[in-house]
Design a protein around this ligand. Structure first.
Ligand code: PEP
Ligand code: MG
Length: 756
């Protein structure tokens, strides 16, 4: 026990000395110098250097013990340059026994650092921003222990108060981005939830100010942490008991999963450890949060990153409890709030008064994050991955959010406002006109009927069946409810969920796709390990056939949920007939299982296949007699036809689905299905693009399934289309050598009054 406590005692003493220096006499420079000396002595390092970030992303050596004093204020590195710049750019600590051997080592002769081998450096963080770097060096090739890195991080945190305090450099300079002032800005990001909105920026959870960083009474601080944790548990329980979350919807699942993190032992242990180093309870929580945030930058696993965001949400709650900060986010919340945050947890989002929330803009965020799923279900436009957002926006700024095109305008000028007004009006007008088409069947001018269906994956999306007038759900992506859960849902939970989906469909057909996980859709309870090509890896039905229990449970739940009705189920990512046969056998086994037990079954079971892998199209003659319907997943099919990763931004736009190759390929499938009298749907993004939908109808497709917002535009196109004329023109284009026939189709549509 004593051995465990010993290192912390040392660090506590150091923190106390640092506090004395920081509060003591002398100029800021003198205090920084003393601090460098103290740290070097305490950590038994020959060198301790403090770099401060100046405007223009420059890291300037502000104080050093051990390097040549002449280098102070002379040695400057850009963020990203050398090891010090790397620490700042990555917001990550590094510890190297032989720093000079590192490819990023940048030699600065004026410092005399050639005599030192090892280096340990940590970012100085303030509000999640890197405001400097603290580094120690040793002559010998010393391997720094993890605890030493943690101690240096704690010191850096205390140092951050001094650096950001305004004495070391001016507060204006310390606030990166200040020079961007109140100029209008146009920022681009990633569209997470569609729609347009204007409003007033509200910074989510402005940083809690910590008045007391250090404490001499770790036991008392520990007690305070435990009390605050208990309070957070109580608050989360209260949210879960809210009547609007009382049903079995996804919100509740999301929150249940999230609440589990509040009980995470590792997280609490790290806070306790930080308290033992001599930090106050709130400083310890902040310290662990800074560390988590820094580590997050290095995590590539999407699921893990999103769970780390949940921790950030929790730490903010803890901090607010510890500092008695108000929890009511809605106090003085304007009626047109545009919420601006680095990241957002699902519970945080639900804490805001939804009647006042117009849009959300995030510096981070991702398409499958819990908060994104909730925002979409709530119909709130959301743009994420906006670089440098928090350094550019202040509470009260006017903001325009275009969730359709992933653009955010800050403090827009009058003409941008005017253009946005026009876009809003046009959107409103369009939505009204689409609503007017709701009850009109989608029939071309020459009388060909087309079935327009919906893609969905959330219970909350099912109501779009009614506002769009869609013919049914052509693709229900069942993996989404699995992704927001912390553990694999059992058969009863799945049955209940599918039953709700069927109820919401109110008699309209729903085609359930079995789990399509893998690739970018990661489940916490299934680990595929690193894959070089995840899109072509262990995913979807491949996983299901290797782990048949999972698919069997899902099929059992689907059968039970449809008792007495009609079940349509399809298998994704089938590459060969034998895989379909194997999946189908599992379904037959489940039917037999339920029958043996005298349990009710659907009256009608339709079994389909998704055509997403080109190889399957070469086996249609063998495949078609075995299936009840085929659905083309054009997103995957196109990526495999062109060998072009659909998620790679560098290939974005390089290959057009509106190309002779893709259309000829789909036309052949369509022809084979027509000859076999087989139902064929296209359910990838292509189906929802009015121009591409026009081409698909032109080559014989009669069923299209798309996201809710696209039903109106595709219906308007269909109603204005003379199919016979268009398809004979299209036929002439299919032999073209051009990579894309998009512009020619557009010109045709324009000349023939086709509404796009
Ligand atoms: C597709 O690949 O076109 C498809 C509909 O499936 P997902 O987009 O879910 O992969
Ligand atoms: Mg697919």
């Amino acid at each position: 026990m004593t051995a465990e406590i010993a290192p912390w005692t040392g660090s506590r003493r150091l923190l106390r000395s640092l506090r004395d220096v920081m509060a003591g006499p002398g100029t800021p420079q003198q205090r920084l110098d003393q601090i460098a000396t103290l740290i070097a002595r305490d950590l038994v390092a020959e060198v301790c250097s403090i770099y401060v970030r100046r405007a223009g992303d420059i890291l300037e050596l502000f104080a050093t013990e051990g390097l040549y004093q002449d280098a102070v204020h002379r040695t400057r590195l850009m963020v990203g340059e050398g090891l010090i710049g790397f620490i700042a750019a990555q917001a990550m600590p590094i510890a190297l026994a032989d720093a000079q051997a590192h490819p990023l080592f940048a030699y600065r002769p004026e410092t005399g650092e050639e005599s030192y081998s090892s280096l340990m450096g940590v970012p100085i963080l303030r509000g999640g921003r890197v405001i400097g770097v603290l580094a120690v060096q040793n002559r010998t090739q010393r391997s720094y222990a993890d605890e030493e890195v943690e101690i240096l991080e704690t010191i850096a945190m205390v140092l951050a108060e001094l650096v950001a305090g305004g004495d070391v450099i001016s507060p204006e300079e310390a606030s990166v981005g200040q020079d961007l002032g109140a100029l209008p800005q146009r920022l681009e990001g990633l569209s997470l939830s569609p729609g347009l909105a204007r409003g007033t920026a509200i910074l989510h959870r402005p940083r809690v100010t910590i008045d007391r960083m250090l404490s001499d009474d770790p036991a008392h601080e520990s007690e305070r942490v435990l009390e605050a944790v208990a309070a957070v548990h109580g608050q989360l329980d209260a949210i879960l008991e809210r009547p609007d979350l009382s049903d079995a919807g996804e919100h509740r699942d999301v929150l249940e999963a999230y609440r589990m993190f509040a009980h995470d032992r590792g997280w609490l242990r790290r806070i306790e450890e930080a308290v033992r180093t001599g930090l106050s309870a709130e400083a310890a929580v902040q310290r662990v949060q800074d560390d988590t945030r820094a580590r997050m930058a290095q995590v590539s696993d999407t699921y893990l990153r999103e769970r780390l965001l949940d921790f950030e949400d929790l730490t903010n709650r803890l901090l607010r409890n510890l500092t008695d900060d108000s929890f009511d986010d809605n106090i003085q919340l304007p009626h047109d709030t545009v919420l601006v945050a680095r990241s957002l947890g699902p519970a945080e989002l639900l804490n805001y008064d939804q009647t006042r929330l117009r849009a959300i803009v995030l510096e981070e965020g991702s398409t499958t994050a819990h908060a994104t799923i909730v925002a979409r279900a709530l119909d709130v436009p959301m743009v994420g991955r906006v670089e440098g957002l928090l350094s550019r926006v202040e509470t009260g700024d006017a903001v325009l959010v275009d969730g359709d095109n992933a653009v955010v305008y800050l403090r827009p000028s009058d003409d941008v406002h005017a253009n946005f007004d026009a876009a809003l009006d046009a959107r409103g007008e369009r939505l009204r006109s689409y609503r007017g088409l709701r009850d009109r069947p989608a029939i071309t001018k020459d009388g060909v009927s087309v079935s327009l269906q919906l893609n969905a994956g959330l219970l909350a999306e099912m109501n779009h069946l009614y506002d769009t007038g869609a013919a049914g759900v052509g693709l229900f992506r069942t993996e989404i409810p699995f992704m927001v859960r912390a553990a694999y849902p059992d058969v009863a939970t799945q049955t209940e969920f599918y039953r709700r989906v069927i109820q919401e469909a109110d008699g309209l057909p729903v085609t359930f796709r079995t789990l399509d996980i893998g690739g970018d859709k990661v489940l916490p309870y299934i680990r595929a390990g690193e894959e070089a090509n995840p899109a072509m890896g262990w995913r979807a039905t491949r996983i299901a056939l290797d782990r048949p229990a999972m698919l069997r449970h899902q099929l059992r739940a689907l059968l039970m949920a449809n008792d007495g009705g009609a079940l349509s189920v399809m298998f994704p990512m089938i590459a060969q007939v034998a895989e379909f046969d194997a999946a189908r056998r599992l379904l037959d086994m489940e039917v037999a299982y339920l029958r043996e037990r005298g349990l009710p079954l659907p009256d009608d079971i339709r079994v389909g296949v998704m055509l997403e892998v080109p190889a399957l199209a070469m086996q249609l003659a063998t495949l078609l007699p075995r299936v009840d319907f085929v659905s083309i997943g054009s997103n995957d099919l196109v990526q495999f036809l062109f060998a072009s990763d659909r998620g790679n931004p560098r290939l974005e736009g390089r290959y057009d689905p509106l190309s002779p190759a893709v259309l000829t390929f789909i036309a052949q499938i369509s022809e084979a299905c027509r000859a076999a009298n087989m139902s064929l749907t296209v359910c990838g993004e292509m189906a929802g693009d009015p121009l591409a939908a026009m081409a698909l109808i032109g080559i014989g497709i009669r069923e299209l399934s798309m996201s809710p917002a696209n039903i109106g535009p595709v219906k308007a196109m269909t109603l204005s289309l003379d199919l016979a004329t268009m398809s004979s023109y299209l036929e002439t284009l299919l032999t073209s050598s051009a990579p894309s026939i998009r512009s020619r189709l557009k010109a045709f549509a324009h000349d023939h009054g086709i509404v796009l």
